[in-house]
Design a protein. Structure first.
Length: 378
């Protein structure tokens, strides 16, 4: 039986292959591997897509977050508030600066950063708030921005999973002082390797990100600050330019697929489907359900050739890498409880109805994890 991947990158590549081949061949022929018109064109296009004035391409999403934090004034020993439920890179970028991750819990319905917990965590050492737009859903930005304004600290969006998500017409990556995004291949807008970007409306932040990502140099061999080497690769910019033109359509296809899943799974006992919010348009990077006996259901899906996964099995504060923060089991109960129940089902723009029906059939029929309703039909 044909396997179903968690994400089908080959279908995306097939759409753009002919379009990018000539330009990539020219780059290889000319040996113009760093910078150039392709990078500038993508930076301009992505800034326009997010509704921001500036976009600076960098090497990857983790670098993007670190550079955005540094450019907005986060320093060693400062505190940065972020959710316990995220990929480890969110906290990793904070730690690489020497700043202190301050974890907070998430809301039980969307598993996104809880504004009430953020307000409680703000203190005299707080230097930034990092809401994570997880699974393609925007964090509750109006509330987060109000808290940040009252505290006098910048908001840095972790927008790695939300390219194209919107609230009241405002696009992910345009709410805070700056935003970091990742173009890792599996993202809604994915490169053919590692890549990332910082978006902002502040020209000084944009300029500082660019300097920091070029070894702290604004001109050759003049180094004003200690920086790093993080630049958007030219070939990746070519791929991203082609995919960006298709992203609105691909996101619409993701929304249609997510709606189909929700209609199917809403009838299955023991399954909690993800839900959106009024005035929000989700990008559906991942379709994450909560299920009873998750590990058994995951095993059955994988045995059937279905590429389901877990995002993420361990809240950041419970990882060995961040044990030094001093938080343990029970400190963030919502994130901890969700970690044992969340399950990511295959979702990508080109997923077919037939593929989704097969995924649904396995989930519904899993006798280990979910009680099957006899007589259910699609």
């Amino acid at each position: 039986m044909e396997s179903i991947p968690l994400v089908d990158l080959q279908a995306q590549q097939a759409e753009i292959a002919d379009e990018i081949r000539e330009e990539i061949d020219y780059i290889l022929w000319s040996a113009a591997f760093i910078g150039g018109p392709a990078v500038a064109r993508f930076e301009k296009a992505y800034a326009e897509f997010t509704g921001t004035r500036h976009c600076v391409g960098v090497g990857n999403g983790t670098d993007a977050l670190e550079l955005a934090l540094r450019a907005t004034g986060v320093r060693a020993r400062g505190e940065v508030i972020l959710p316990a439920n995220s990929f480890v890179a969110t906290a990793e970028a904070v730690a690489r600066i020497g700043a202190v991750p301050v974890f907070v819990d998430v809301d039980p319905l969307h598993l996104l950063i809880d504004p009430e917990k953020v307000a409680d965590a703000v203190g005299p050492r707080t230097q930034a708030i990092v809401p994570v737009h997880l699974f393609g859903q925007l964090a509750p930005m109006p509330q987060i921005m109000e808290i940040a304004l009252a505290a006098g600290v910048p908001v840095i969006e972790d927008a790695a999973q939300s390219q194209g998500a919107q609230h009241a017409g405002q696009v992910s990556g345009s709410f805070g002082a700056a935003a970091a995004t990742s173009f890792y291949p599996g993202k809604n807008l994915g490169a053919a390797g590692d890549a990332g970007a910082v978006t902002t409306n502040d020209p000084e932040i944009a300029a500082m990100v660019r300097v920091l990502g070029a070894h702290g140099s604004s001109s050759k061999y003049v180094h004003d600050v200690v920086g790093m080497n993080s630049r958007l690769d030219t070939i990746q910019a070519v791929v991203l330019n082609a995919k960006l033109q298709r992203l609105p359509r691909w996101n619409a296809m993701r929304r249609e697929a997510a709606a189909r899943y929700s209609a199917m799974l809403g009838r299955v006992p023991g399954v909690v489907a993800p839900v959106g919010r009024a005035d929000y348009e989700d990008a559906w990077h991942l379709y994450v359900v909560q299920v009873d006996n998750r590990d058994a259901v995951l095993a059955e899906l994988n045995a059937a050739g279905i590429g389901a996964g877990i995002h993420y099995p361990t809240p950041i504060h419970l990882t060995k890498a961040f044990s030094y923060i001093g938080k343990g089991l029970g400190d963030f109960p919502v994130a901890e409880a969700a970690a044992s129940r969340i399950l990511s089902l295959p979702l990508f723009p080109h997923i077919s109805v037939k593929q989704q029906e097969r995924v649904f059939g396995v989930v519904r029929g899993s006798r280990r994890g979910i009680s099957m309703q006899v007589g259910d039909k699609l």
